[in-house]
Design a binder for this molecule. Structure first.
Ligand code: SAH
Length: 368
C-alpha cells in the first residue's frame, strides 16, 4: 500500500501518469485531501471511476497512531506517536499569540549522538517515512481545527537529523510549502541540521526551505566534543556550505544559527567573541537556546547573567539574536528532551541507561 501522505506534487503526478492518467489529476487529488479534507476516494468525483478503484485498492492515507497526548501548563502540546515496529516518536506544538509552531520528528532516534541531546542517548532505529512526517502535521492541524486555527510554522527540530533522511525531509517540506497542500510560506518552514555538509549542497539544488544549523561552538576543538559530526565536517566546511545555501535563497533571506548555551562550557564571553568573529561574513541570525536538562546529561543550565551577557555582546556586534524561551519542559517537550521509544539498533541506549542508574537517578533540575 502506498501511503499518499508521503507523496509530494511531483510524485503524485508521476503516480497518476504511471496509471495512464494525466498529471493534473494528481493535483486534483491534492486539493481534495488538503483543501477539502477528504480522504475517501469515492468522494473524489472528478477522478475517473477506474482510477478511484485503483487508488482504493493500492493506496491509503495512514496516520501514526496517537499513543498519548499531553498539554503543558504553558499550553505546549506533545504527541507521542506510534510509527510501527514498537517505535514511538514525539511531536510538539508550541502555541504563541500570533502563531502555532509545530516541531516535527524526522527519524526514530538519531545517529548523531550530540553530547547534550537526549534523543541521541536513545540510539537509533530508522528513518520515518515522509508520510509520517506529514502525518504529524495532519494530526496537529486536525486538533487545531477544533479551535479554528492551524499550524502556521513548521520546524524540523524534533527527533532525528532530517538531512540523513533526505528524500523524506524534502518531500515533506515540499508538501508543507505547496499551495495545493498546506501552503506555508518558505520562510515559515525550517529544516534544522547538525551539519551534514554534502546534504546541504544537495538541498540547495532541490529546495528553498529555510535552513537552521546547530552550531553550538565557535571552535572545532569544542564542537568536536559537543557535535561529533564536526569531526567529519569541521566548522569551515560547514559555514562554506551554509554561505552557498543562503546565497541561492536570495538576499533577503537568512540562515538561522542555533546555539545551545551550557553553563561554563560554551557560554562565556570568550565564546561570544569567537562566535561573532566566526560568523561575520555569514548572513545569519542567531537563536540562543538555554540548555534543557535531562537525567545524567553532565551539563547544566546557563546562569541568567551569562545568557544576558552573551546575547548582549552578539547584539552589540550587529547580530539579530533571539533567546528561545523554554517551553513545555514540565512535560519533557523542550528542545533536546524528546525521546519517544526507540528500538535501538546501536549500543547507545543501554550504555546511557546504565549511566542514569549509576547516578542513582537522583536527577535534579538546576535552578538558576
Ligand atoms: N538534528 C537536527 C534536528 C534536531 S534540532 C539538528 O541538530 O539541528 C534540535 C535542536 O535542539 C538543535 O539545535 C539541538 O542542538 C538543540 N538541543 C538538543 N539538545 C538540547 C538540550 N538538551 N537543550 C537545549 N537544546 C538542545
Amino acid at each position: 500500500m502506498i501511503n499518499l501522505y508521503g507523496l509530494d506534487r511531483g510524485a503524485l503526478e508521476a503516480l497518476f501518469v504511471e496509471q495512464g492518467q494525466q498529471a493534473f489529476r494528481g493535483r486534483q487529488l491534492m486539493k481534495w485531501v488538503y483543501h477539502q479534507g477528504r480522504t475517501d476516494f469515492a468522494a473524489m468525483t472528478d477522478l475517473s471511476l477506474p482510477m478511484r478503484q485503483w487508488l482504493a485498492e493500492n493506496t491509503c492515507f495512514e496516520l501514526p497512531r496517537v499513543e498519548s497526548f499531553r498539554v503543558s501548563k504553558d499550553g505546549t502540546c506533545k504527541w507521542l506517536l506510534d510509527v510501527g515496529s514498537g517505535n514511538l516518536v514525539e511531536t510538539v506544538l508550541i502555541p504563541e499569540k500570533n502563531r502555532n509552531t509545530l516541531c516535527v520528528s524526522s527519524q526514530v532516534g538519531c545517529m548523531l549522538d550530540c553530547s547534550f541531546c537526549s534523543t541521541g542517548k536513545q540510539g537509533f532505529s530508522g528513518n520515518l517515512p515522509a508520510a509520517f512526517v506529514v502525518g504529524q502535521m495532519v494530526l496537529a492541524n486536525n486538533m487545531l481545527a477544533e479551535k479554528n486555527q492551524r499550524v502556521s510554522n513548521i520546524v524540523m527540530m524534533g527527533m532525528g537529523e532530517p538531512l540523513l533522511n533526505f528524500d523524506a525531509a524534502v518531500s515533506a517540506t515540499n508538501i508543507f510549502m505547496d499551495d495545493l497542500a498546506f501552503g506555508l510560506s518558505k520562510r515559515r518552514v525550517t529544516l534544522s541540521t547538525a551539519g551534514v555538509v554534502p546534504a546541504i549542497y544537495e538541498l540547495a539544488k532541490v529546495s528553498d526551505v529555510a535552513l537552521a544549523v546547530s552550531l553550538h561552538a565557535p571552535t572545532d576543538d569544542l564542537r568536536d566534543q559537543l557535535v561529533p559530526i564536526n569531526r567529519k565536517y569541521p566548522i569551515k566546511e560547514l559555514l562554506d556550505a551554509c554561505r552557498h545555501y543562503v546565497d541561492q535563497l536570495g538576499e533577503k533571506r537568512m540562515l538561522v544559527i542555533e546555539y545551545t548555551l551550557m553553563r561554563g562550557v560554551n557560554d562565556q564571553h570568550e565564546h561570544a567573541v569567537a562566535l561573532a568573529e566566526l560568523l561575520k561574513d555569514v548572513r545569519c541570525k542567531i537563536n540562543l537556546i538555554p540548555f534543557n536538562p535531562f537525567p545524567a546529561s553532565g551539563y547544566q543550565k546557563p546562569y541568567r547573567r551569562d545568557i544576558y551577557n552573551f546575547q548582549t555582546y552578539l547584539m552589540k556586534q550587529g547580530y539579530a539574536t533571539m533567546l528561545r524561551t523554554t517551553r513545555g519542559d514540565d512535560i519533557e517537550a523542550a528542545c533536546g528532551q524528546l525521546v519517544g521509544q526507540v528500538k535501538d539498533r546501536t549500543k547507545r541506549q543501554s550504555r546511557y541507561l546504565a549511566r542514569v542508574k549509576a547516578d542513582g537517578n537522583n536527577f535534579v533540575a538546576q535552578i538558576t
